[in-house]
Structure formats: structure tokens, C-alpha cells
Design a protein around this ligand. Structure first.
Ligand code: TYM
Length: 334
């Protein structure tokens, strides 16, 4: 059976983009393999996080993942900082990856912007930690949205160089699993920008813990254009906001965008947005209710994550021990 790994950073609350790009596949894959899902708090602090808020966001993320259908008994859900194997392997990978490789990471360029000299060194080497997250488990399948594609290519380059440098076949190749239609859900305010949990504008995204009124309002205010819905997807060319809303509606109602347009051709955005808000609320309201129920008992959430971390460590520790032996470190001892 394939071992599946993926992660999500608690740098905000999970969004509809996270859900449609990643979590939906995380849930589905539970029927196909052993899944290890990680809330990557160490990645989150590459940008400063208020410590109290980070704890809250980590618990809320855990609750939302559980409410979305992650099964922590059959599979593993945990927080990254609780398994030191990630940081141990990341250090080795810092010494394998080349600066030139990291300089090509488009997400670093986007996140650092003009402030390149002032961002943390953690943000720069972040993709090495991400490679370590996956390779510490010898995972081979990684369900993510499109924005992580380049990081996964880097994770393969790092594994290949490690294997070559040390003359071993230790780390396997990994394969990205990226959804066809919903790999890139865009901001509600700007259809050319990714929907992101760290966007300063809360109006740019739907959070999975938004209440129904907030969802309806955000959709009503979402940017659109004056044209009605076209009869087929070719009529969406050059209309990024319209494309995004049709993509979201199609995903929420389990249809292709072409089928949506066949049914709704000629509709104006006023009417379409109402349908879209209803579909989103029908999907998200039960997740929010279950999230709130879980958050009434934070100690229970912590105990789920801690139990997950113990099981994760039992898999990762021997793999990282062996990686350290391969590079020439003396045994850690009992
Ligand atoms: P993060 O926390 O930014 O996002 C979590 C997952 O959600 C996907 N995603 C999206 N998909 C479609 N449309 C969007 N607008 C959108 N926004 C986010 C992301 O592609 C991702 O799959 N570096 C990772 C976390 C990570 C990881 C890992 C992932 C750390 N270690 C190991 C896989 C394997 C990140 O910051 O994702």
C-alpha cells in the first residue's frame, strides 16, 4: 500500500482553497493507503506568528481537518514540532540542497517580494524542511494544490542527490497528486491571485470556519465582470474572476464547469452568486458545526495530535536514524 503524506501550515485558518486543492483529496486517499497528515507549525513560524494565536490556529486546523473527515484512528494526524525527526532530516537536506536550487523557488520570490534581505533564513530553506517532512516517512504520494508542485520537484532533486552522493538507494521518488479542476482556487477580490489564508484581506477568501452570513456576504461582494455566464468554458477566457466562481460552484455541486455553464448559460452574476453561496453554505455549515463541537474540548484535540505524533515518530525515527548513519554520524544510542 502506498504511504501518503501531506501537510498544511497553521499560518491562518484553512480556506476553501486548502479544502478544494488538498483536504478533499486527503480525505479520499484514506481509502487507498496509509495516510500521514501533518499540521506544519515549524513552517508557520518562517513568518512571525503570535504564540497564543499559533496555538489557537493549530487546534482550529486540527478540528477542521477532523470535521472534514480525516480519521485519526486509521490514519495519522499530528503537529510537526512534536516529531523531531523532521528537523533532524531537514538539517541534512540543508547540506544537500544547493543555493541555486532554492533561488529558483517561485514561492520564496513571491513571499519575500522586494524584502528579500529582511525575511527569515527559515523562509529561504523552508522547501528543504518540506522535503524532509515527506522523506522522513519514505512516503511516495503527496496530495497538494498546484502551488506546491515546484517544492515537490525540489524534494525529488534533493533525494536524488542524497542517493547519488552517498551511493545509496535510500529515498524513493515521490509523486504529486494535484486535482485537475481545483488545483488553484483564486482570491475573491482578484482572480489573478491565489486564495490564501495569509492574505491581509479576509474578504479575499472563504474560511472553513466562516458562518453562513459571512459566506453569503463574501460571495455577494466577490469581484465579477458585467457579462452574463457564457454557454461553454471558452466564453470564460480572459475572465479570471468568473472562471474562479464557476470552478468553485462546479466543485461544490460535483459537476464539470462545462455542465454548470450548459445549465446556467445567460444567467447574471446576481442570481448565480446566490446559488453559489447556497452551495457553499450547504457544504461548509456541517464542517463548521462539527469544528465548534470539537473545539469545546481543546485537551481532546491535543491528545489526538499527541497520539498521532507518537505513531508518526515510530515510523520516522528509524528512517532518520538510518539517514544519519549513511552520512556518517555515530549512533545516537539508546
Ligand atoms: P499550505 O498550508 O499553504 O496549503 C495547504 C494545501 O492547500 C493547497 N492550497 C491550495 N490549493 C488550491 N487553491 C488554493 N488557493 C490553495 N491554497 C493552498 C496547497 O497546495 C497545499 O496542498 N508547504 C505547504 C505545507 C507542507 C507540505 C509538506 C505539503 C509542508 N510540508 C509536505 C505537502 C508535503 C504549504 O505551505 O501548504
Amino acid at each position: 500500500m502506498a504511504r501518503i503524506f501531506s501537510g498544511m501550515a497553521p499560518s491562518g485558518f484553512p480556506t476553501l482553497g486548502n479544502y478544494l486543492g488538498a483536504t478533499r483529496n486527503w480525505v479520499k486517499l484514506q481509502a487507498q493507503g496509509d495516510c500521514i497528515y501533518c499540521i506544519v507549525d515549524q513552517h508557520a513560524i518562517t513568518n512571525f506568528q503570535n504564540p497564543t494565536e499559533l496555538r489557537e490556529k493549530t487546534r482550529v486546523m486540527a478540528a477542521i481537518l477532523l470535521a472534514s473527515g480525516i480519521d485519526p484512528e486509521k490514519h495519522i494526524l499530528f503537529h510537526q514540532s512534536a516529531v523531531p525527526a523532521h528537523a533532524r532530516l531537514a538539517w541534512i537536506f540543508n547540506c544537500v540542497a544547493r543555493i541555486g536550487w532554492l533561488n529558483r523557488m517561485t514561492q520564496f520570490k513571491d513571499k519575500a517580494g522586494k524584502d528579500r534581505e529582511a525575511v527569515s533564513t527559515g523562509l529561504y530553506v523552508y522547501p528543504n524542511l518540506m522535503a524532509a517532512d515527506i522523506h522522513a516517512y519514505h512516503a511516495t504520494l503527496v496530495p497538494v494544490g498546484d502551488d506546491q508542485r515546484q517544492h515537490l520537484e525540489l524534494a525529488n532533486d534533493i533525494a536524488e542527490k542524497f542517493n547519488f552522493d552517498y551511493g545509496v538507494k535510500f529515498f524513493p521518488r515521490i509523486e504529486a497528486m494535484i486535482p485537475a479542476e481545483t488545483a488553484r482556487i483564486m482570491s475573491l477580490r482578484d482572480g489573478t491571485k491565489k486564495m490564501s489564508k495569509s492574505d491581509p484581506s479576509d474578504q479575499s477568501r472563504i474560511n472553513l470556519n466562516d458562518d453562513s452570513d459571512t459566506i453569503a456576504l463574501k460571495i455577494r461582494r466577490a469581484k465579477t465582470d458585467p457579462e452574463p455566464l457564457p454557454a461553454d468554458p471558452s466564453g470564460l477566457a480572459g475572465r479570471p474572476e468568473a472562471t474562479n466562481l464557476v470552478t468553485i460552484y462546479a466543485a461544490m455541486t460535483d459537476q464539470t464547469p462545462a455542465a454548470v455553464l450548459q445549465n446556467l448559460a445567460g444567467a447574471g452574476f446576481g442570481a448565480f452568486k446566490e446559488k453559489l453561496a447556497d452551495a457553499l453554505i450547504a457544504h461548509i455549515a456541517p464542517i463548521k458545526t462539527e469544528t465548534e463541537r470539537l473545539l469545546n474540548d481543546p485537551a481532546h484535540i491535543d491528545s489526538i495530535l499527541q497520539a498521532g505524533a507518537r505513531r508518526a515518530a515510530a515510523i520516522a525515527d528509524p528512517i532518520v536514524d538510518e539517514a544519519e548513519r549513511i552520512v556518517g554520524f555515530l549512533p545516537r544510542g539508546p
